[in-house]
Design a protein around this ligand. Structure first.
Ligand code: DP6
Length: 376
C-alpha cells in the first residue's frame, strides 16, 4: 500500500483569469497573476491511498462521497498516469482519496484552486513525477495552477493547443515582500453566486468588452504589476489591483444576462478603501473581488490595525461574535474624529460581515510525512 498526504494553499488573483479558449483543457484567454496565501491560516489537505486491495476508486471531499466520474478529476488523473513511469507497480492500483479544507467552504473562497492543487501535488508524489505539474492542476480548475507555487505567481496562458505551456511560474517568493498582509472580509450573504465556470463561458459568448480586456488591458496590467511587485511599490501595486478588479466586474456586468457579484456590503468596502487612501494621500489598502461579494484586501502590516478599525466603523460586527477574527492577531484601535469625518460613510447595521480573516503571503504545496497527519 502507498499513502501520500499533502497540503496546498489558496491564491487570490490581483490580475484575474476570466474566459477560456479551450473549455475541456481549461486554457485561458489571458495571463493572470496572484498572491499565494499562507497555509497557516487556510489550506486544503488531501490524503491518497493506492492499494491492490481496493476494489474501486473512492473520493471524499469535505466529508461527502463524490463521483469519480467527474471529468476534471479524470483529466488530471489520466495526465498524471500518462507521464508516470509505466513500470511503477502501483500505477494501476485503485485509489482512495480524501480531501478537506481547513476553512469553511461557505466563505466562497477559492476552495477548488487549493483543492486541485493539493490533489495534483499528491498524485504527482504518488506516481513519482518530477518537474512542473501546474499544467495538470490547471486541468482541474484553472486558478489551481497558481496554487502550485508560493509567493507571487504568474499563470501564462501559453500558445500551444495542447495546453502544455499554459503553466504557472513564481515571479517572487513569499519572503520577497514580508510586510504584505491579506485581509479577507467574508460578507454575510446567503445568495448563491453563479459558478465561475458557467459565468466566464457566458462572458466569452456575449461580452465584446471581454476581448478588449484580454487583448489590450490585461497584458499591460500584468507587466506593470510584476514590476510593482518586484520593486515592492505598493502605491502602483494597489492601483493596478483595484483597477483590475473593477475591470473584471465591468466584464461581468457586460455579460448578457449580467453576472452581478458585488452587493451593498462590497460597495461599502470599496468606498471605505478609497476614502481611507484619500485621507492618507497614498494608496494604503487595495481591494479585489472574485466571483462573489467577499472582499480581499492587500495591505502592508503597518496599516492592518487602523484599517480593521475603519471596517469595524463602517461595518460594525454583531455583539457577542466571539469568533470574528481568524488567522493572525489584530488589535483594532479607536479611530480619530478626523478620520471618521473623512470616511463620510453611511454606517451599515451590525452583521454585514460574517468574519474577518487576517493572513499573509505564504509558501506553495507541502508534503506531510508524519503518520498522524494522514486523513485516511
Ligand atoms: C474570478 O479557476 O474557479 O477567481 O477554471 O472554470 O474552474 P475554472 O474557474 P476558476 O475561476 C476563477 C475565477 C476568478 C479569477 C481568478 O482566480 O483568477
Amino acid at each position: 500500500m502507498k499513502v501520500v498526504t499533502c497540503i496546498a494553499p489558496v491564491n487570490i488573483a490581483v490580475i484575474k483569469y476570466w474566459g477560456k479558449s479551450d473549455e475541456d483543457l481549461i486554457i485561458p484567454i489571458n495571463d493572470s497573476l496572484s498572491g499565494t496565501l499562507s497555509m497557516d491560516t487556510m489550506c486544503a489537505k488531501t490524503t491518497i491511498i493506492a492499494s491492490p486491495e481496493l476494489q474501486e476508486n473512492i473520493f471524499w471531499l469535505n466529508g461527502k462521497e463524490q463521483s469519480f466520474d467527474n471529468k476534471r478529476l479524470a483529466n488530471c488523473l489520466q495526465e498524471v498516469k500518462q507521464i508516470a513511469d509505466k513500470s511503477l507497480p502501483h500505477l494501476n492500483w485503485k485509489l482512495s482519496i480524501k480531501s478537506e479544507n481547513n476553512f469553511p467552504t461557505a466563505a466562497g473562497l477559492a476552495s477548488s484552486a487549493a483543492g486541485y492543487a493539493c490533489m495534483v501535488t499528491a498524485l504527482a508524489k504518488l506516481y513519482e513525477i518530477k518537474g512542473d505539474v501546474s499544467y495538470i492542476a490547471r486541468m482541474g480548475s484553472g486558478s489551481a495552477c497558481r496554487s502550485m507555487y508560493g509567493g507571487w505567481v504568474l499563470w501564462c496562458k501559453g500558445s500551444s493547443s495542447d495546453g502544455k505551456d499554459s503553466i504557472a511560474k513564481q515571479i517572487a517568493p513569499a519572503a520577497h515582500w514580508p510586510e504584505m498582509r491579506v485581509i479577507v472580509l467574508v460578507v454575510n450573504d446567503e445568495k448563491k453566486k453563479y459558478s465561475s465556470t458557467d459565468a466566464m463561458k457566458r462572458s466569452v459568448q456575449t461580452s465584446e468588452l471581454l476581448k478588449h480586456r484580454a487583448n489590450h488591458v490585461v497584458p499591460k496590467m500584468v507587466k506593470a504589476c510584476i514590476e510593482a511587485i518586484k520593486k515592492k511599490d505598493f502605491e502602483t501595486f494597489a492601483e493596478i489591483t483595484m483597477k483590475e478588479s473593477n475591470s473584471f466586474h465591468a466584464i461581468c456586468q457586460d455579460t448578457y444576462p449580467p453576472c452581478v457579484y458585488l452587493n451593498d456590503t462590497s460597495h461599502t468596502i470599496i468606498a471605505a478603501v478609497h476614502a481611507y487612501n484619500e485621507f492618507k494621500s497614498a494608496n494604503k489598502v487595495a481591494y479585489t473581488f472574485d466571483a462573489g461579494p467577499n472582499a480581499v484586501l492587500y495591505l502592508l502590516e503597518s496599516s492592518v490595525d487602523e484599517f480593521i478599525s475603519v471596517i469595524n466603523y463602517v461595518l460594525p460586527p454583531m455583539d457577542n461574535n466571539g469568533d470574528y477574527y481568524k488567522g493572525l492577531p489584530v488589535s483594532p484601535s479607536q479611530l480619530s474624529q478626523k478620520l471618521k469625518m473623512a470616511l463620510n460613510a453611511s454606517i451599515q447595521k451590525p452583521g454585514g460581515l460574517k468574519y474577518i480573516i487576517h493572513t499573509k503571503i505564504g509558501e506553495g504545496p507541502k508534503l506531510l510525512s508524519e503518520p498522524q497527519e494522514h486523513l485516511l
